[in-house]
Design a protein around this ligand. Structure first.
Ligand SMILES: [Ca+2]
Ligand SMILES: [Ca+2]
Ligand SMILES: [Ca+2]
Ligand SMILES: [Zn+2]
Length: 447
């Protein structure tokens, strides 16, 4: 067997193994046309990543003295000032039980307990959500870690450590820092208030340090610090809120918050990190590349959507993913082109069209693909765009039962993460690209 044939054989074997694992462990159905072939020119893995531009730091308090970082309301909100607006570090305003803010009032950040596996599971969900973005997720621990941009980081002992971590590396990198803990304002005092142990999180108010928050400006202009409340242990709420609060730090606003009285609408928002329809419900989380409806006062508790066509994405972008990708201080992961479905049942079609590929996403309320979902902002049922065929393609199909259809020899690798549901893959091509299909990890506490 020559080298190319051996490699092709190995790839085909790997694909078979993955497919068998898929069938055996998850009882997924996977359909392939008889013409699926493994491309013989694959020479390296998909993760030859270029250095990424910014970081999301996640700090569970591993270096807190005796498990508590004791600071003040003021030091935690106004983390670091600077005459240069771009160098200010915005923190989060946590109020006391009387809803008061006094800069000198004590604020204790109390570390909670997690097993290594629980932390790894949550990091996997967050890292998956961030993989399409030009940012790397770093869990801070007591062991110092030197990053690709040269800065050495570890879990914080003091707020000064937070500043040094955020200001390390390239000054232009606008990083996000999220504490996962319980937060006690005025501990032992008359106005003691504990944030947590129930789920939730907060990001900087606006203005802070005299400038707009990135959430208000729809742009990642600053390093900032957000909080996620937790009483320890794995929860979807904690994992998704780490990514959600970080999304605010990058300039994203809410998609659907309160549930609407349209089941299909709630369903297709489940993939979107910036929607509360995602937070407690699923590990299939992403910044979606499909139009999402704005939340907050657009999705009131009555369940009656105010405007179906009011999009969550801003800056002239149609999708939340595209808003991040277009932000000069975030950007897309340069190593591949990213496609998502939604939380609903999607048919995702990727068709070669000359030098590019045309992508269509059709979302449905049912697994039989009969109840079509109208694309917000468009009025029809097909969301489409074209992509270059110069990089590998990464597809996140999202929750529910999705069908991914690949037409024509795309000539690039395609990695499909079907996420939850019973997903199918149809390849209709002569000399198809190498296709990896990865089901959701089988963990009973993921849903
Ligand atoms: Ca920011
Ligand atoms: Ca889906
Ligand atoms: Ca799926
Ligand atoms: Zn939020």
């Amino acid at each position: 067997m020559n080298e190319i044939a051996k490699r092709a054989s190995g790839l085909a074997g790997g694909l078979r193994q993955r497919l068998q694992a898929l069938r055996g462990k998850r009882q997924k159905q996977l359909q392939r046309s008889a013409r699926l072939r493994v491309r013989t020119t694959l020479v390296e893995g998909l993760e030859q990543r270029l250095p990424l531009t910014a970081y999301l730091f996640v700090d569970y308090g591993d270096n807190f003295p005796a498990g508590v970082l004791s600071t003040t309301q003021g030091a935690f909100r106004d983390v670091a000032d600077s005459p240069n607006p771009g160098d200010k570090i915005l923190g989060t305003q946590l109020l006391d039980a009387s809803d008061n803010f006094n800069a000198g009032t004590q604020l204790d950040i109390v570390a909670q307990s997690f097993t290594a596996q629980e932390r790894a599971d949550m990091l996997e969900i967050v890292s998956r959500a961030f993989r399409p973005i030009d940012m790397e997720v770093v869990e801070l621990t007591s062991s110092p870690l030197t990053l690709a941009d040269g800065r050495t980081v570890a879990a914080a002992t003091t707020m000064n450590d937070v500043i040094n971590t955020l200001r390390g590396g390239s000054a232009s990198a606008k990083d996000a820092y999220v504490f996962v803990a319980t937060f006690i304002v005025d501990p032992g005092g008359a106005d003691e208030k504990t944030y947590g142990p129930g789920g939730g999180g907060l990001s900087p108010d606006s203005p802070t340090l005299g400038v707009n928050s990135d959430l208000v400006d729809a742009a990642n202009n600053h390093d900032d610090v957000a909080v996620v409340y937790s009483d320890g242990g794995f929860s979807l709420n904690t994992a998704n809120n780490i990514a959600h609060e970080a999304g605010h730090l990058l300039g994203l606003q809410h998609s659907i918050t309160d549930a609407t009285n349209q089941a299909n609408v709630n369903l297709f928002h489940q993939l979107e990190i910036m929607s509360y329809q995602n937070t407690n419900d699923t590990s299939s989380s992403a910044f979606t590349r499909f139009p999402m409806i704005r939340g907050d006062d657009n999705s009131p508790s009555s369940g009656n959507l105010v405007d179906y066509n009011d999009l969550a994405a801003r800056n002239g972008q149609t999708t939340i993913y595209d808003q991040l990708a277009a932000d000069p201080n975030v950007g897309p992961n340069p190593n591949f082109t990213f496609i998502t479905g939604t939380g609903a049942h999607d048919i995702i079609t990727i068709s070669r069209n000359g030098a590019v590929a045309d992508v269509t996403i059709e979302a449905f309320g049912d697994a039989a693909y009969t109840s079509a979902i109208t694309v917000p902002g468009e009025g029809d049922n097909v969301y489409s765009y074209s992509i270059p065929l110069t990089r590998p393609i990464l597809v996140y199909a999202g929750g529910s039962d999705d069908r991914v259809v690949i037409k024509g020899d795309l000539g690039v690798d395609v990695e499909i993460d079907g996420m939850l549901g019973t997903d199918s893959l149809v390849v209709d091509a002569q000399g198809a690209a190498n296709v990896q299909h990865r089901p959701n990890p089988d963990r009973s506490h993921w849903s």
